[in-house]
Design a protein around this ligand. Structure first.
Ligand code: AMP
Ligand code: MG
Length: 440
């Protein structure tokens, strides 16, 4: 990538998408790990190797409802010549002191119940008369186990090999093995394993707390009446949802009026619950100074490493961007442009990677692919700016939806991909292979 040294510094410098992203990724640091309850750790990155304290299953147990038997007692058993065994008791799941199975005996056993001492195999109830037979000549074929407490005899009409229908102790994982590696992202199956081995808490990087704040005196909250000349605040909803989708705990702050002092005090108030701050609006040329001025006076901004840099990016939409650190803890802040599509695209390109970096996950960016462009006529794109057009992607083909206008929210709502048109390309012919960012 081109280095900062080869470009003019200060406000005249035009940053590439990569330069801006790299500035974010190299300065935002993963959050410190904490110990969390299992369900609070969902979606988080494990920072410890988790070892197995007790084997799974912890004891030999039955994989079927049936009868625990000795192999020799059912050897050669058939429909015609069933083995008739004395039922010495029941073994339910959770039984701590099961009966002993001696020669010529069987114990009725439930799925998951410990294999009783003396028994070598389980015959499923379907291979027996279910203990309902009265004597050696009964023809009954029960489909399910006899009622609770049924004593007497059971006829088994198939032989069983040793360990048949027995889930061996440690056949899942053994004590001392590694259950999960540090770096694993905890999804439902990983949480299942942690619970199964008895872990109540784990050490992870927490979900970042992201505060989303929109600016604009024209903004009205959805559900309220729209006065003339005003519009609903959609950005704070879009970005809060997107932050949550990226794995963050997101807090939406309603729209703040275009007043630097109000904005400054609101940001300062919010810092206490923020690992990352995101603002929208007030960074384009006309409105530039509100956010800039507000941020210049957020507590401790002048300290080394503090302050927010406002810059222009060689991209469309999303040319004006701000990035820096605010407050006593040097909380990272991204100031996004106000146009709804601009703010959303900026989120996907810059804020999502910042959130994923705070979480410590490996893949910080959205996946990309290439696809064949389907359009009626060539797509125009501004020279010197990387364009991100909205599109729908399926089966290696991408189709633009809506136009390039960064106010087109309805088209955005139909899109599932961004079509990337490089800086040096001013027109893309139908049928051209293009790069696509998959929005998931
Ligand atoms: P700004 O960058 O503040 O000048 O905003 C650019 C455009 O985006 C203006 O038309 C704003 O009305 C619009 N806009 C700004 N913030 C929001 C928001 N939170 N929701 C919807 N539109 C917005
Ligand atoms: Mg504004």
């Amino acid at each position: 990538m081109s280095s900062a040294a080869t470009r003019p510094a200060g406000p005249d410098r035009l940053w590439s998408v990569e330069e801006h992203l790299e500035d974010i990724l190299t300065t935002v640091r993963p959050l410190d790990p904490i110990e969390l309850q299992l369900l609070d750790a969902q979606g988080c990155v494990l920072v410890e190797d988790v070892m197995v304290p007790v084997s799974l299953p912890p004891f030999d147990n039955s994989s079927m409802d049936g009868y625990a038997v000795r192999v020799v007692d059912v050897a050669g058993a058939s429909e015609e010549f069933p083995a008739v065994l004395e039922v010495v008791g029941d073994v339910a799941a959770g039984a701590s002191d099961p009966v002993r199975v001696g020669p010529g005996q069987a114990a009725r056993i439930m799925t998951g119940a410990p294999l009783p001492p003396g028994a070598e195999a389980v015959v499923p109830v379907e291979w027996t008369d279910g203990g309902l037979g009265e004597g050696p000549v009964s023809g009954m074929r029960a489909r399910s186990l006899a009622p609770e407490g049924a004593e007497g005899h059971v006829r088994v009409h198939r032989s069983a090999e040793a360990r048949a229908h027995v889930r061996a102790q440690g056949s899942d994982v053994r004590a001392g093995e590694r259950a999960l590696k540090a770096g694993t992202v905890l999804g439902p199956p990983q949480i299942a394993l942690l619970a199964a081995i008895g872990r109540g808490t784990v050490r992870v990087r927490p979900r970042p707390r992201v505060v989303v704040l929109s600016t604009g005196s024209e903004l009205v909250q959805p559900g309220e009446e729209l006065a003339p000349g005003r519009i609903y605040d959609s950005n704070s909803f879009a970005l809060t949802a997107a932050a949550r989708d990226a794995g963050a705990i997101a807090y939406r702050v309603g729209a703040v009026a275009d007043d630097a002092e109000t904005l400054r005090s609101t940001i300062e108030d919010q810092l206490v619950r923020a690992d990352l701050m995101v603002t929208t609006g007030g960074v384009s040329v006309g409105a530039y100074d509100v956010v800039k001025e507000a941020l210049a006076h957020v507590g401790d901004a002048d300290e080394a490493g503090g302050g927010v840099d406002f810059r222009r990016l060689a991209m469309q939409p999303g040319k004006p961007q701000g990035f820096g650190f605010v407050g006593p803890d040097h909380t990272p802040l991204l100031a996004l442009p106000g146009n709804p599509v601009s703010s959303y695209v900026s989120f996907e390109l810059f804020v999502r990677p910042a959130i994923r970096t705070l979480m410590g996950v490996g893949d910080v960016e959205r996946p990309r692919t290439t696809a064949v462009l389907r359009t009626d006529r060539p797509l125009g794109s501004p020279k010197g700016r990387r364009q991100f057009l909205r599109g729908t992607h399926a089966d290696g083909v991408v189709t633009p939806v809506g136009g390039a206008g960064s106010h087109l929210i309805a088209a955005l709502a139909r899109a599932d991909a961004l079509i990337v048109v490089p800086e040096d390309v001013e027109s893309v012919e139908p049928g051209t292979e293009v790069e696509v960012v998959l929005l998931g």
